[in-house]
Write a protein that binds this ligand. Structure first.
Ligand code: DOR
Ligand code: ZN
Length: 441
Protein backbone atom coordinates (compact mmCIF):
# COMPACT_ATOMS: atom_id res chain seq x y z
CA UNK A 1 0.00 0.00 0.00
CA UNK A 2 1.52 3.34 -1.02
CA UNK A 3 -1.30 5.68 0.03
CA UNK A 4 -1.10 6.61 3.72
CA UNK A 5 -3.78 5.35 6.06
CA UNK A 6 -6.12 7.89 7.62
CA UNK A 7 -5.50 6.34 11.02
CA UNK A 8 -3.37 3.54 12.46
CA UNK A 9 -4.02 2.03 15.88
CA UNK A 10 -0.56 0.81 16.84
CA UNK A 11 0.34 -2.15 18.96
CA UNK A 12 -2.89 -2.82 20.85
CA UNK A 13 -4.12 -6.29 21.75
CA UNK A 14 -6.95 -6.71 19.27
CA UNK A 15 -9.99 -8.87 19.99
CA UNK A 16 -10.30 -10.43 16.54
CA UNK A 17 -13.04 -12.91 15.61
CA UNK A 18 -10.36 -15.63 15.66
CA UNK A 19 -8.75 -14.65 18.95
CA UNK A 20 -6.52 -12.14 20.68
CA UNK A 21 -3.62 -10.77 18.66
CA UNK A 22 -1.23 -7.90 19.25
CA UNK A 23 -1.30 -6.11 15.93
CA UNK A 24 -1.74 -2.71 14.27
CA UNK A 25 -4.96 -1.75 12.49
CA UNK A 26 -5.08 0.56 9.46
CA UNK A 27 -8.14 2.68 8.68
CA UNK A 28 -9.08 4.30 5.37
CA UNK A 29 -12.37 5.94 4.31
CA UNK A 30 -13.95 5.12 7.67
CA UNK A 31 -13.45 1.37 7.28
CA UNK A 32 -10.91 -1.11 8.56
CA UNK A 33 -8.47 -1.34 5.64
CA UNK A 34 -5.98 -3.83 7.07
CA UNK A 35 -4.86 -5.73 10.12
CA UNK A 36 -1.16 -6.37 10.66
CA UNK A 37 -0.06 -3.00 9.30
CA UNK A 38 3.78 -2.82 9.23
CA UNK A 39 5.64 -0.50 11.60
CA UNK A 40 6.81 1.82 8.80
CA UNK A 41 3.37 2.35 7.20
CA UNK A 42 2.41 6.02 6.86
CA UNK A 43 -0.71 7.49 8.45
CA UNK A 44 -2.27 10.93 8.85
CA UNK A 45 -3.05 10.09 12.46
CA UNK A 46 -1.60 7.47 14.79
CA UNK A 47 -3.08 6.18 18.02
CA UNK A 48 -0.65 4.48 20.37
CA UNK A 49 -2.70 1.54 21.66
CA UNK A 50 0.15 -0.34 23.37
CA UNK A 51 -1.02 -1.72 26.68
CA UNK A 52 -4.66 -1.40 25.66
CA UNK A 53 -7.21 -3.90 24.33
CA UNK A 54 -8.79 -2.93 21.02
CA UNK A 55 -12.38 -4.15 20.76
CA UNK A 56 -14.81 -3.73 17.88
CA UNK A 57 -16.95 -0.64 18.58
CA UNK A 58 -19.40 -1.82 21.23
CA UNK A 59 -23.15 -1.43 20.75
CA UNK A 60 -25.82 -0.71 23.36
CA UNK A 61 -29.03 -1.81 21.63
CA UNK A 62 -31.34 -0.58 24.41
CA UNK A 63 -31.42 3.06 25.49
CA UNK A 64 -34.22 5.55 26.22
CA UNK A 65 -32.89 9.00 25.32
CA UNK A 66 -36.11 10.87 26.28
CA UNK A 67 -35.99 13.11 23.23
CA UNK A 68 -38.51 14.59 22.51
CA UNK A 69 -40.34 15.38 25.71
CA UNK A 70 -37.83 14.73 28.48
CA UNK A 71 -34.78 16.69 27.40
CA UNK A 72 -34.33 17.99 30.94
CA UNK A 73 -33.20 14.52 32.09
CA UNK A 74 -31.70 13.31 28.81
CA UNK A 75 -31.57 14.33 25.17
CA UNK A 76 -30.18 12.77 22.03
CA UNK A 77 -26.94 14.84 22.24
CA UNK A 78 -26.41 14.28 25.98
CA UNK A 79 -27.30 10.57 25.88
CA UNK A 80 -24.98 9.85 22.96
CA UNK A 81 -22.23 11.84 24.69
CA UNK A 82 -22.74 9.62 27.74
CA UNK A 83 -22.49 6.60 25.42
CA UNK A 84 -19.10 7.52 23.94
CA UNK A 85 -17.76 8.42 27.40
CA UNK A 86 -18.68 4.88 28.37
CA UNK A 87 -16.95 3.32 25.35
CA UNK A 88 -20.15 2.73 23.37
CA UNK A 89 -19.89 3.32 19.60
CA UNK A 90 -23.58 2.90 18.68
CA UNK A 91 -26.91 3.02 20.52
CA UNK A 92 -30.44 1.99 19.55
CA UNK A 93 -32.99 4.40 20.98
CA UNK A 94 -36.41 3.33 22.26
CA UNK A 95 -39.66 4.92 21.02
CA UNK A 96 -41.48 5.66 24.31
CA UNK A 97 -40.81 9.38 24.11
CA UNK A 98 -43.40 12.11 24.35
CA UNK A 99 -44.77 12.04 21.70
CA UNK A 100 -43.75 8.45 20.92
CA UNK A 101 -42.02 7.43 17.66
CA UNK A 102 -44.87 5.61 15.92
CA UNK A 103 -45.14 7.10 12.41
CA UNK A 104 -43.02 8.05 9.41
CA UNK A 105 -42.85 11.76 10.27
CA UNK A 106 -41.45 11.09 13.73
CA UNK A 107 -38.96 8.56 12.35
CA UNK A 108 -37.84 11.14 9.75
CA UNK A 109 -37.48 13.76 12.50
CA UNK A 110 -35.29 11.46 14.57
CA UNK A 111 -33.23 10.38 11.56
CA UNK A 112 -32.37 14.01 10.76
CA UNK A 113 -31.73 14.86 14.42
CA UNK A 114 -29.37 11.90 14.88
CA UNK A 115 -27.45 12.71 11.72
CA UNK A 116 -26.91 16.23 12.99
CA UNK A 117 -26.37 15.83 16.74
CA UNK A 118 -25.46 12.25 17.67
CA UNK A 119 -22.00 11.59 19.14
CA UNK A 120 -22.19 7.88 18.35
CA UNK A 121 -23.78 5.90 15.55
CA UNK A 122 -27.48 5.58 15.99
CA UNK A 123 -30.36 3.18 15.43
CA UNK A 124 -33.96 3.71 16.48
CA UNK A 125 -37.02 1.65 17.29
CA UNK A 126 -40.53 2.29 16.06
CA UNK A 127 -43.26 1.72 18.65
CA UNK A 128 -46.15 -0.55 17.71
CA UNK A 129 -49.63 0.62 18.70
CA UNK A 130 -53.06 -0.84 18.03
CA UNK A 131 -53.58 1.80 15.34
CA UNK A 132 -50.31 1.81 13.35
CA UNK A 133 -50.20 -1.92 12.51
CA UNK A 134 -50.90 -1.27 8.83
CA UNK A 135 -47.82 0.98 8.58
CA UNK A 136 -45.31 -1.21 10.44
CA UNK A 137 -44.07 -3.08 7.36
CA UNK A 138 -43.06 0.23 5.76
CA UNK A 139 -41.77 1.77 8.99
CA UNK A 140 -39.40 -1.12 9.73
CA UNK A 141 -37.68 -0.47 6.39
CA UNK A 142 -36.89 3.18 7.05
CA UNK A 143 -33.23 4.13 7.37
CA UNK A 144 -31.74 3.53 10.79
CA UNK A 145 -34.69 1.52 12.12
CA UNK A 146 -33.33 -1.30 14.29
CA UNK A 147 -36.70 -2.97 14.91
CA UNK A 148 -40.34 -2.56 15.80
CA UNK A 149 -40.70 -2.40 19.62
CA UNK A 150 -43.74 -3.76 21.39
CA UNK A 151 -44.55 -3.12 25.04
CA UNK A 152 -46.74 -6.15 25.83
CA UNK A 153 -47.21 -4.77 29.35
CA UNK A 154 -47.33 -1.22 30.64
CA UNK A 155 -44.08 0.48 31.61
CA UNK A 156 -42.93 4.10 31.21
CA UNK A 157 -44.99 6.06 28.67
CA UNK A 158 -48.18 5.24 26.81
CA UNK A 159 -47.10 2.52 24.38
CA UNK A 160 -48.75 -0.84 24.96
CA UNK A 161 -50.24 -3.73 22.99
CA UNK A 162 -51.36 -6.28 25.55
CA UNK A 163 -53.71 -8.69 23.75
CA UNK A 164 -52.93 -11.70 21.56
CA UNK A 165 -55.15 -10.56 18.71
CA UNK A 166 -53.23 -7.31 18.13
CA UNK A 167 -49.88 -8.96 18.89
CA UNK A 168 -50.54 -11.54 16.19
CA UNK A 169 -51.54 -8.84 13.71
CA UNK A 170 -48.27 -7.03 14.45
CA UNK A 171 -46.31 -10.24 13.86
CA UNK A 172 -48.05 -10.65 10.50
CA UNK A 173 -47.12 -7.10 9.40
CA UNK A 174 -43.53 -7.02 8.18
CA UNK A 175 -40.78 -9.60 8.45
CA UNK A 176 -37.86 -8.32 10.50
CA UNK A 177 -37.27 -9.42 14.11
CA UNK A 178 -39.63 -7.68 16.57
CA UNK A 179 -38.33 -6.59 20.00
CA UNK A 180 -40.61 -7.18 23.00
CA UNK A 181 -40.96 -5.87 26.52
CA UNK A 182 -42.37 -9.13 27.91
CA UNK A 183 -44.51 -8.50 30.99
CA UNK A 184 -48.13 -9.70 31.06
CA UNK A 185 -50.45 -6.73 31.47
CA UNK A 186 -53.39 -8.80 32.70
CA UNK A 187 -51.43 -10.29 35.60
CA UNK A 188 -50.00 -6.86 36.42
CA UNK A 189 -53.54 -5.45 36.72
CA UNK A 190 -54.72 -8.42 38.82
CA UNK A 191 -51.88 -8.03 41.29
CA UNK A 192 -51.90 -4.25 41.63
CA UNK A 193 -54.63 -4.34 44.32
CA UNK A 194 -52.39 -6.48 46.56
CA UNK A 195 -50.24 -3.41 47.24
CA UNK A 196 -50.67 0.15 48.45
CA UNK A 197 -48.92 3.48 48.19
CA UNK A 198 -45.94 3.63 50.52
CA UNK A 199 -45.25 -0.11 50.60
CA UNK A 200 -41.50 -0.94 50.65
CA UNK A 201 -39.68 -0.52 47.33
CA UNK A 202 -38.95 -4.26 47.25
CA UNK A 203 -42.69 -4.85 46.61
CA UNK A 204 -41.87 -3.90 43.03
CA UNK A 205 -40.51 -7.39 42.42
CA UNK A 206 -43.55 -9.02 44.07
CA UNK A 207 -46.03 -7.04 41.99
CA UNK A 208 -44.06 -7.67 38.78
CA UNK A 209 -43.32 -11.22 39.86
CA UNK A 210 -41.50 -13.90 37.81
CA UNK A 211 -44.82 -15.21 36.48
CA UNK A 212 -45.65 -11.75 35.03
CA UNK A 213 -42.56 -12.04 32.83
CA UNK A 214 -42.76 -15.77 32.17
CA UNK A 215 -46.42 -15.64 31.13
CA UNK A 216 -45.72 -12.86 28.61
CA UNK A 217 -42.75 -14.74 27.18
CA UNK A 218 -44.82 -17.95 26.86
CA UNK A 219 -47.58 -16.09 25.02
CA UNK A 220 -45.09 -14.34 22.73
CA UNK A 221 -43.27 -17.59 21.94
CA UNK A 222 -46.57 -19.26 21.03
CA UNK A 223 -47.48 -16.40 18.70
CA UNK A 224 -44.00 -16.24 17.18
CA UNK A 225 -44.14 -19.99 16.52
CA UNK A 226 -47.61 -19.67 14.96
CA UNK A 227 -46.70 -16.73 12.72
CA UNK A 228 -43.06 -17.60 12.05
CA UNK A 229 -42.03 -14.03 12.88
CA UNK A 230 -38.64 -13.79 14.64
CA UNK A 231 -38.88 -12.45 18.20
CA UNK A 232 -36.36 -10.77 20.47
CA UNK A 233 -37.13 -10.75 24.18
CA UNK A 234 -35.57 -7.66 25.73
CA UNK A 235 -34.18 -7.66 29.27
CA UNK A 236 -34.97 -11.27 30.14
CA UNK A 237 -34.86 -11.80 33.92
CA UNK A 238 -36.26 -15.10 35.17
CA UNK A 239 -34.75 -18.56 35.51
CA UNK A 240 -37.98 -19.93 34.00
CA UNK A 241 -37.68 -17.82 30.83
CA UNK A 242 -34.00 -18.66 30.28
CA UNK A 243 -34.91 -22.31 30.39
CA UNK A 244 -38.08 -21.99 28.30
CA UNK A 245 -36.52 -20.01 25.44
CA UNK A 246 -34.09 -22.86 24.74
CA UNK A 247 -36.92 -24.61 22.86
CA UNK A 248 -37.44 -21.60 20.59
CA UNK A 249 -33.97 -20.77 19.34
CA UNK A 250 -35.05 -21.11 15.71
CA UNK A 251 -37.27 -18.03 16.10
CA UNK A 252 -36.20 -16.29 19.29
CA UNK A 253 -33.26 -14.31 20.65
CA UNK A 254 -32.86 -12.60 24.00
CA UNK A 255 -31.10 -9.78 25.78
CA UNK A 256 -29.85 -9.50 29.35
CA UNK A 257 -29.11 -6.23 31.13
CA UNK A 258 -25.94 -5.47 33.05
CA UNK A 259 -28.27 -4.38 35.87
CA UNK A 260 -29.80 -7.85 36.22
CA UNK A 261 -26.33 -9.44 36.22
CA UNK A 262 -25.05 -7.03 38.85
CA UNK A 263 -27.78 -5.93 41.25
CA UNK A 264 -29.70 -8.31 43.49
CA UNK A 265 -32.85 -8.18 45.61
CA UNK A 266 -33.70 -7.45 48.33
CA UNK A 267 -30.37 -5.66 48.90
CA UNK A 268 -30.78 -3.27 45.95
CA UNK A 269 -34.10 -1.92 47.25
CA UNK A 270 -32.79 -1.50 50.79
CA UNK A 271 -29.71 0.37 49.57
CA UNK A 272 -31.16 2.42 46.71
CA UNK A 273 -34.90 2.73 47.38
CA UNK A 274 -36.57 4.14 44.27
CA UNK A 275 -33.18 4.26 42.50
CA UNK A 276 -33.36 0.46 42.32
CA UNK A 277 -36.80 0.34 40.70
CA UNK A 278 -37.10 -0.68 37.06
CA UNK A 279 -39.17 -2.91 34.77
CA UNK A 280 -38.73 -5.82 34.69
CA UNK A 281 -37.51 -5.65 38.27
CA UNK A 282 -34.22 -6.64 39.83
CA UNK A 283 -34.95 -10.07 41.38
CA UNK A 284 -33.34 -12.39 43.90
CA UNK A 285 -30.05 -14.29 43.64
CA UNK A 286 -31.65 -17.39 42.06
CA UNK A 287 -32.65 -15.38 38.98
CA UNK A 288 -29.35 -13.50 38.84
CA UNK A 289 -27.50 -16.83 38.85
CA UNK A 290 -29.77 -18.09 36.07
CA UNK A 291 -28.93 -15.00 34.01
CA UNK A 292 -25.20 -15.70 34.46
CA UNK A 293 -25.68 -19.33 33.53
CA UNK A 294 -27.52 -18.22 30.39
CA UNK A 295 -24.65 -15.86 29.54
CA UNK A 296 -22.17 -18.71 29.96
CA UNK A 297 -24.09 -21.41 28.08
CA UNK A 298 -24.79 -19.21 25.05
CA UNK A 299 -28.53 -18.71 25.62
CA UNK A 300 -28.10 -14.93 25.76
CA UNK A 301 -27.54 -13.15 22.45
CA UNK A 302 -26.83 -9.61 23.53
CA UNK A 303 -26.33 -7.26 26.45
CA UNK A 304 -27.93 -3.87 26.95
CA UNK A 305 -28.15 -1.11 29.51
CA UNK A 306 -31.85 -0.17 29.27
CA UNK A 307 -30.56 3.34 30.01
CA UNK A 308 -33.74 5.01 31.30
CA UNK A 309 -33.10 8.36 32.99
CA UNK A 310 -35.70 9.95 35.27
CA UNK A 311 -35.49 13.07 37.45
CA UNK A 312 -34.40 12.53 41.03
CA UNK A 313 -37.74 13.92 42.21
CA UNK A 314 -39.56 11.11 40.34
CA UNK A 315 -37.23 8.39 41.69
CA UNK A 316 -37.64 9.63 45.27
CA UNK A 317 -41.43 9.40 45.34
CA UNK A 318 -42.94 6.56 47.44
CA UNK A 319 -43.48 3.20 45.74
CA UNK A 320 -45.28 2.55 43.40
CA UNK A 321 -45.60 6.18 42.27
CA UNK A 322 -41.82 6.44 41.74
CA UNK A 323 -40.68 6.20 38.11
CA UNK A 324 -39.22 2.92 36.85
CA UNK A 325 -35.89 2.95 35.03
CA UNK A 326 -32.17 3.38 35.73
CA UNK A 327 -29.41 5.20 33.92
CA UNK A 328 -26.81 2.87 32.42
CA UNK A 329 -25.38 3.64 28.99
CA UNK A 330 -22.25 5.23 30.45
CA UNK A 331 -21.67 2.55 33.09
CA UNK A 332 -22.56 -0.53 31.00
CA UNK A 333 -19.01 -1.26 29.85
CA UNK A 334 -17.18 -0.32 33.09
CA UNK A 335 -19.51 -2.59 35.07
CA UNK A 336 -19.15 -5.45 32.58
CA UNK A 337 -15.34 -5.05 32.49
CA UNK A 338 -15.39 -5.40 36.26
CA UNK A 339 -17.24 -8.70 35.80
CA UNK A 340 -14.51 -9.74 33.33
CA UNK A 341 -11.89 -8.84 35.93
CA UNK A 342 -13.74 -10.93 38.53
CA UNK A 343 -13.70 -13.89 36.13
CA UNK A 344 -17.48 -14.04 35.64
CA UNK A 345 -17.16 -13.95 31.84
CA UNK A 346 -14.32 -13.77 29.36
CA UNK A 347 -13.41 -10.65 27.41
CA UNK A 348 -14.22 -12.61 24.24
CA UNK A 349 -17.77 -13.37 25.47
CA UNK A 350 -18.24 -9.72 26.48
CA UNK A 351 -17.30 -8.62 22.97
CA UNK A 352 -19.52 -11.31 21.47
CA UNK A 353 -22.50 -10.03 23.51
CA UNK A 354 -21.87 -6.35 22.73
CA UNK A 355 -20.77 -6.48 19.08
CA UNK A 356 -21.40 -9.68 17.08
CA UNK A 357 -24.52 -10.41 19.19
CA UNK A 358 -26.47 -7.24 18.37
CA UNK A 359 -25.26 -7.48 14.76
CA UNK A 360 -26.88 -10.91 14.50
CA UNK A 361 -30.08 -10.04 16.38
CA UNK A 362 -30.83 -6.84 14.45
CA UNK A 363 -29.13 -7.58 11.11
CA UNK A 364 -26.59 -4.76 11.34
CA UNK A 365 -24.47 -4.33 8.23
CA UNK A 366 -20.76 -3.51 8.55
CA UNK A 367 -20.44 -3.53 12.33
CA UNK A 368 -19.82 -6.04 15.10
CA UNK A 369 -16.47 -7.51 14.05
CA UNK A 370 -12.92 -6.34 13.99
CA UNK A 371 -12.11 -7.36 10.41
CA UNK A 372 -11.14 -5.72 7.12
CA UNK A 373 -14.04 -4.03 5.34
CA UNK A 374 -16.05 -3.38 8.51
CA UNK A 375 -16.70 0.11 9.89
CA UNK A 376 -13.65 1.45 11.73
CA UNK A 377 -15.45 1.50 15.09
CA UNK A 378 -13.29 0.68 18.09
CA UNK A 379 -13.63 0.63 21.84
CA UNK A 380 -10.22 0.79 23.51
CA UNK A 381 -10.05 -0.42 27.08
CA UNK A 382 -7.50 -0.61 29.87
CA UNK A 383 -8.30 -3.83 31.69
CA UNK A 384 -6.14 -2.93 34.68
CA UNK A 385 -7.36 0.59 35.39
CA UNK A 386 -9.20 0.93 38.68
CA UNK A 387 -11.67 3.75 38.79
CA UNK A 388 -14.52 4.87 41.01
CA UNK A 389 -17.84 5.50 39.30
CA UNK A 390 -19.37 8.72 40.61
CA UNK A 391 -22.50 10.74 39.95
CA UNK A 392 -20.26 13.67 38.95
CA UNK A 393 -18.96 11.64 35.95
CA UNK A 394 -22.47 11.10 34.55
CA UNK A 395 -23.13 13.19 31.42
CA UNK A 396 -26.90 12.70 31.51
CA UNK A 397 -28.55 15.86 32.89
CA UNK A 398 -30.48 13.78 35.47
CA UNK A 399 -27.07 13.41 37.15
CA UNK A 400 -27.25 10.05 38.92
CA UNK A 401 -26.21 6.43 38.52
CA UNK A 402 -27.15 3.42 40.66
CA UNK A 403 -23.41 2.58 40.65
CA UNK A 404 -22.30 5.81 42.40
CA UNK A 405 -19.40 4.91 44.69
CA UNK A 406 -18.56 1.55 43.04
CA UNK A 407 -14.90 0.98 42.18
CA UNK A 408 -14.39 -1.08 39.04
CA UNK A 409 -11.35 -2.63 37.43
CA UNK A 410 -11.35 -2.06 33.67
CA UNK A 411 -12.17 1.23 31.96
CA UNK A 412 -12.87 2.55 28.45
CA UNK A 413 -9.99 4.75 27.31
CA UNK A 414 -11.17 5.73 23.83
CA UNK A 415 -14.15 5.42 21.50
CA UNK A 416 -13.62 5.60 17.75
CA UNK A 417 -16.46 5.69 15.21
CA UNK A 418 -15.70 5.19 11.51
CA UNK A 419 -12.15 6.41 12.09
CA UNK A 420 -13.05 9.47 14.19
CA UNK A 421 -11.69 9.50 17.73
CA UNK A 422 -14.77 10.84 19.56
CA UNK A 423 -13.67 10.08 23.14
CA UNK A 424 -10.22 9.84 24.66
CA UNK A 425 -9.38 9.72 28.37
CA UNK A 426 -12.84 10.79 29.57
CA UNK A 427 -12.96 13.69 27.12
CA UNK A 428 -15.37 14.02 24.22
CA UNK A 429 -13.56 15.32 21.15
CA UNK A 430 -14.53 17.38 18.10
CA UNK A 431 -18.12 17.62 16.90
CA UNK A 432 -20.90 15.01 16.68
CA UNK A 433 -19.98 12.48 13.97
CA UNK A 434 -22.81 9.97 14.41
CA UNK A 435 -24.49 8.33 11.43
CA UNK A 436 -27.50 6.06 11.18
CA UNK A 437 -26.70 2.38 11.49
CA UNK A 438 -27.47 0.31 8.37
CA UNK A 439 -29.60 -2.81 8.68
CA UNK A 440 -30.24 -5.73 6.36
CA UNK A 441 -33.76 -6.21 5.08
O1 DOR B 1 -37.74 0.42 33.87
C1 DOR B 1 -38.03 0.73 32.73
N1 DOR B 1 -37.91 1.99 32.30
N2 DOR B 1 -38.51 -0.20 31.92
C2 DOR B 1 -39.04 0.12 30.73
O2 DOR B 1 -39.56 -0.74 30.07
C3 DOR B 1 -39.08 1.51 30.26
C4 DOR B 1 -38.06 2.31 30.94
C5 DOR B 1 -38.31 3.79 30.77
O3 DOR B 1 -38.52 4.24 29.64
O4 DOR B 1 -38.29 4.50 31.78
ZN1 ZN C 1 -36.19 -0.32 28.00
Amino acid sequence: MTEPYDLILRGGTCVLPWGLEQTSVGVRFGRIAALGVPADAAARETFDARGLYVLPGLIDPHVHLRDPGGEGVESLPTGTKAAVLGGIAAVFDMPNTSPPVTDADRVAWKQAYAERDSWCDFGLYVGATKSNIGELAALERMRGVAAIKVFAGSSTGTLMVEDDEHLERIMRSGHRRVAYHAEDEYRLRERKSLFKLGDPYCCHMDWRDPEVAFRATRRLMALARRTGRPAHILHMTTAEEFSYIKDFRDIATCEVLATHLTQVAPEVYERLGGYGVMNPPVRDARHREAAWAAVRDGTVDCLGSDHAPHPRSAKERPWPSCSSGLTGVQTLLPVMLDHVHAGRLSLARLVDLMAAGPAWVYGILGKGRLAAGYDADFTLVDLARRQRIENSWIASPCGWTPYDGMTVTGWPVATIIRGHVVMRENEVLGTPQGRLVTFAG
